[in-house]
Design a protein. Structure first.
Length: 317
């Protein structure tokens, strides 16, 4: 299959319009139309649905688009790595970080950049769902994130790195902050501000209530912004449920307080790195994983096996 035709097809799908795609890649519209027709003839299936105001990929077109994007991104990454080696640089890593990712990651990256001349990072924040989709298509090398208790991207490897923990937090002057022991049922009548993404937070929050045989309350405020949720709780009588790493500095500074709840099942999870199975990974990715492990040396593998008793895959070297 001609790579040139694949590039043309990707451009059409991304622009949703043949004319706009032709202008973007600097070829004539008839030539681009011919490229799509040649692809369809070669595969024997329709790749695009022609609509009055543009085009959309068919079920066959979506499959081809996903693979074509992966090829494009892999080729671009290969070129970048070759140039880095040729120029004596330390490489480049495209990293996604979920918005409740490991709190010490900035320190790890800073140490790596200082100790590895020429090493560079592109860091994109987002949700587990959005970032793993970018890993799948090759736009990101890996994602650092908490692992959802349910609905994981099972087609991607999840390498465990450290344990994580969620806490219910409130403002420092909230009545709950002054109590020594609070039941989960007692919080059901509180005003809840809850993350609506990533899904992992919602899933774990609901599981905790169901383990305690309490109907999960209806959140009054929902947001995908951790910064907003922390600010909302600090300035009101709302409570929320967040990873301890996200609120660690606020707890230490006394801006927020952790509600002392003896969970029937500890609100723990695992944080780690997610990448494509069988892919050729840049050397910088292994260096990052090793640096993270050095940072958290002393964390018990026994705890990880207790929370997620499954194999820990190893990245290809």
């Amino acid at each position: 299959m001609d790579n040139r035709l694949l590039r043309h097809f990707v451009a059409v799908v991304e622009h949703g319009n043949v004319l706009h795609a032709a202008r973007a890649i600097h070829i004539s519209q008839p030539a681009l139309t011919k490229s799509i027709q040649n692809l369809e003839a070669e595969l024997g299936v329709p790749l695009l649905d022609r609509l009055p105001r543009g085009v959309t990929p068919t079920i066959y077109g979506k499959i081809l688009f996903d693979h074509a994007k992966l090829l494009q991104n892999a080729a671009a990454q290969a070129v970048a790595e070759i140039r880095a080696v040729k120029e004596g640089r330390g490489g480049h890593l495209r990293l996604g970080i979920a918005n409740f990712a490991i709190d010490f990651l900035p320190r790890v990256i800073a140490k790596l950049v200082e100790s590895t001349p020429g090493l560079t990072f592109d860091v994109l924040d987002g949700t587990y769902e959005d970032l793993t989709a970018l890993v799948r298509e090759g736009a990101l090398d890996a994602v650092i994130s908490g692992f959802p208790p349910l609905h994981r991207a099972e087609d991607l490897e999840h390498e465990k790195l450290i344990p994580g923990e969620f806490v219910i937090v409130c403002s420092a002057d909230h009545p709950l902050a002054r109590k020594r022991n609070v039941t989960l049922a007692a919080t059901a009548n509180e005003s809840w501000a809850l993350a609506n993404r990533p899904v992992a937070i919602v899933e774990l929050w609901e599981l905790e209530f169901r383990y305690a045989r309490v109907t999960p309350p209806r959140p009054l405020v929902q947001s995908g912004s951790m910064i907003f949720l922390k600010s909302m709780v600090a300035q009101s009588r709302f409570v929320t449920f967040l990873p301890r790493g996200v609120v660690a500095e606020d707890l230490a500074a006394g801006r927020l307080a952790a509600v002392p709840i003896p969970f029937s099942r500890p609100a723990k999870t695992v944080e780690g790195i997610i990448y494509r199975t069988g892919a050729v990974h840049p050397p910088a990715l292994r260096r990052l994983v090793e640096a993270i492990r050095e940072e958290v040396f002393g964390q018990l593998e026994l705890f990880l096996q207790e929370v997620y008793p499954q194999r820990t895959p190893v990245l290809p070297r």
